[in-house]
Design a protein around this ligand. Structure first.
Ligand SMILES: NC(=O)c1ccc[n+]([C@@H]2O[C@H](COP(=O)([O-])OP(=O)(O)OC[C@H]3O[C@@H](n4cnc5c(N)ncnc54)[C@H](OP(=O)(O)O)[C@@H]3O)[C@@H](O)[C@H]2O)c1
Length: 271
């Protein structure tokens, strides 16, 4: 029998997940969303046909799977507030950045928890999500969680929860790094005489094409880079400047800072 699904928080991430699930044939009648904003609920109702309520407790009653899609700073109050209605131990799936599964497990009164870290491109259906499950999560629940997040892109499981900080730093914050590269390439083109429109199109399409090649090719990104770098050519001239300015060390330090911040946030909002 298909399980009934509840979303706590009906914002951007919930809308993307619901859109992805409905597009894959999920029955809208089995989805209920709780959100304090009536306009938010009405938009979801008219777009997807899902039910809505302003009461979190009403929404979770009878739900087999509950997606916690509120901001990280709301997670503790929201999950603690749901605890009295979670006696049946439904599966909790959290998409909140930086909130540990063990904390959610505790706040909920012992429900099984899958913690997910999706990223912004999930809103376009091409996200990358890392998942982590606590010990009490069954194989069936793991499958349900992975299936749900697959509605908005690719998924992979992490062995240890501490790896979620690295996932947050690599793929969670990752879109911003790529946007920065596009921005810098666009600016460099303008400085060298291109119009802003031309330069942006060149930068954006190059990012898109390179991403597609990296995804679809069996060659590693390093091999792909070598293939477009002829000896004594233009690309080699550019890469030599980047390497001599220590771009790799700068990047490693940046990603490490993001991972550290993720761990700090978990401490701040957690137990
Ligand atoms: N968007 C992303 O790219 C992305 C990526 C990775 C992870 N995430 C995670 O996904 C979660 C949701 O992010 P989002 O971008 O979807 O945020 P969002 O658009 O702000 O959605 C959160 C929704 O929850 C509602 N809400 C607030 N308090 C609530 C409560 N007590 N009970 C029920 N609903 C409540 C908010 O209503 P109000 O607006 O009235 O406060 C809002 O509609 C966050 O934890 C974030 O870390 C998001």
């Amino acid at each position: 029998m298909p399980h009934s699904l509840c979303f706590i928080g009906g914002g951007n991430m919930a809308r993307s997940l619901i859109g992805g699930l409905i597009a894959r044939g999920r029955d809208a009648k089995l989805i209920i969303v709780a959100d304090p904003l009536p306009a938010q609920l009405e938009a979801l109702r008219s777009q997807f046909g899902v039910r809505g309520t302003s009461s979190n407790l009403e929404a979770v009653t009878g739900a087999d799977v509950i997606v916690l899609a509120v901001k990280p700073q709301e997670m503790r109050a929201v999950t603690t507030g749901l605890a009295p209605a979670l006696a049946r131990k439904p599966l909790l799936i959290s998409v909140a950045a930086g909130i540990r599964a063990s904390d959610i497990h505790e706040w909920s009164g012992g429900a099984p928890v899958v913690r997910c870290m999706p990223n912004r491109p999930a809103l376009e259906g091409c996200g990358m999500t890392g998942l982590f499950a606590t010990e009490e999560v069954s194989a069936d629940h793991r499958r349900i969680a992975a299936d749900l997040l697959s509605a908005v892109g690719k998924t992979l499981w992490l062995e240890q929860e501490s790896q979620m900080d690295v996932v947050t730093a690599v793929s969670g914050s990752g879109p911003a790094y790529f946007f920065l590269v596009i921005e810098m390439l666009e600016q460099a083109g303008i400085e060298l005489g291109l119009s802003p429109e031309t330069s942006r199109q060149l930068a954006v399409e190059t990012a898109y094409g390179s991403g597609r090649m990296a995804r679809e090719s069996s060659d590693s990104p390093a091999t792909l880079r070598q293939q477009v770098t002829s000896r004594g050519g233009t690309t080699e001239a550019a890469l030599r400047v980047l390497e001599s300015e220590n771009v790799r060390a700068i990047f490693s330090a940046a990603v490490a800072a993001a991972a550290r911040r993720s761990a700090e946030l978990a401490d701040e909002f957690g137990e």
